[in-house]
Design a protein around this ligand. Structure first.
Ligand code: PEP
Ligand code: MG
Length: 311
């Protein structure tokens, strides 16, 4: 199967054998929604919510949050919108969270879900606001937590989300422990979404913000692919969805490998949707699986990429 670059009309993500692979948008604000829809996003696979909180001196009230989220949900009537709860930490400090500037290693600090271990008021209020906003629109709203390490943390988050009125709750797999424990996690969560940016950073132990180590930040690395395979296998066994919402999903050739590893939907910057849609339509699921198996056997990111270039 070649990779002819024919112009593919806007439409749902599918493989050459018609297997659906929903293609979703990563968003941060309602203003980005029209462009995402224009480019054919089938929903939102990652709504980052930090923006609403970053400039605030005090935590936004539940009412303020409801208004904000509702504005975004209304842009996607009847569509799936996956909201990530606040991913704050020393890298994205919030004025109203206790200062974390004393953390020697922010990437390994109290970020993501870990920021709420002592006091989860902000998380509770956010989930409540999301539940109210979800009930007020026809969007199919799901929530997921960042930086989840294991099944116990998954259970804590999923139960809290349900208690506060959200029907569908999942977690991000962006810490290697979550990939290793994906089967246990999917025994509890409704879905998993792989954050390849952080998963790569933590697998290779290279700070993603450090330019000198930028070449380690490569999701084609066979070690990262092997962790993704574990998550994909757990998804296949549980029958639950496995998404990717990191930058890897926006690389058309890597997108094929991800599908071959068991990923069932992809979320990306809307500008990347067309190229990924085009590439996926060149491959059957069987072919994607074959390519993924070959990429897994590579010993360097370049070798893994070469598998796709060779077709
Ligand atoms: C990721 O880590 O891949 C991800 C999607 O989250 P962020 O880039 O916001 O950390
Ligand atoms: Mg992340």
């Amino acid at each position: 199967l070649g990779r002819r670059r024919s112009k593919v009309p806007i439409g749902p993500g599918t493989l050459a054998d018609d297997t659906p692979i929903p293609l979703m948008a990563n968003l941060t604000a309602a203003a980005e929604a029209p462009r995402a829809r224009e480019l054919g996003a089938e929903g939102v696979g990652l709504l980052r919510t930090e923006l609403l909180f970053l400039d605030a001196e005090t935590a936004p009230s539940i009412a303020e949050q409801v208004e904000h989220y509702r504005g975004i949900f209304e842009e996607f009537p009847g569509r799936r919108v996956i909201v990530r709860t606040l991913d704050a930490g020393a890298d994205k400090p919030l004025a109203f969270l206790p200062a974390r500037s004393d953390e020697p290693n922010p990437a390994l600090g109290a970020r993501g879900l870990r920021a709420f271990r002592e006091d989860n008021t902000i998380l509770r209020n956010q989930l409540r606001a999301l539940a109210i906003a979800a009930d007020a629109t026809s969007a199919e709203v799901r929530v997921m937590a960042p930086m989840v390490a294991d099944a116990a943390e998954t259970a804590g988050f999923v139960l809290l989300a349900r208690e506060l009125g959200l029907r569908t709750a999942g977690v991000m797999a962006e810490v290697p422990s979550a990939a290793l424990l994906a089967a246990q996690i999917l025994g509890i969560a409704d879905f998993i979404s792989i954050g390849t940016n952080d998963l790569t950073q933590y697998t290779l132990a290279a700070d993603r913000q450090l330019g000198a180590l930028a070449d380690y930040q490569d999701p084609w690395h066979p070690a990262v692919l092997r962790l993704i395979r574990m998550i994909g296998d757990a998804g296949g066994q549980s029958g639950k969805p496995v998404g990717v919402c990191g930058e890897a999903a926006a690389d058309p050739l890597l997108a094929v490998v991800l599908v071959g590893l068991g990923v069932t939907s992809l979320s990306m910057t809307p500008e990347a949707l067309a190229d990924v849609r085009t590439e996926l339509r060149q491959h059957t699921l069987e072919h994607a699986r074959l390519l993924a198996t070959r990429a897994l056997a590579a010993s360097t990111p370049a070798e893994a990429r070469q598998v796709m270039l060779d077709g």
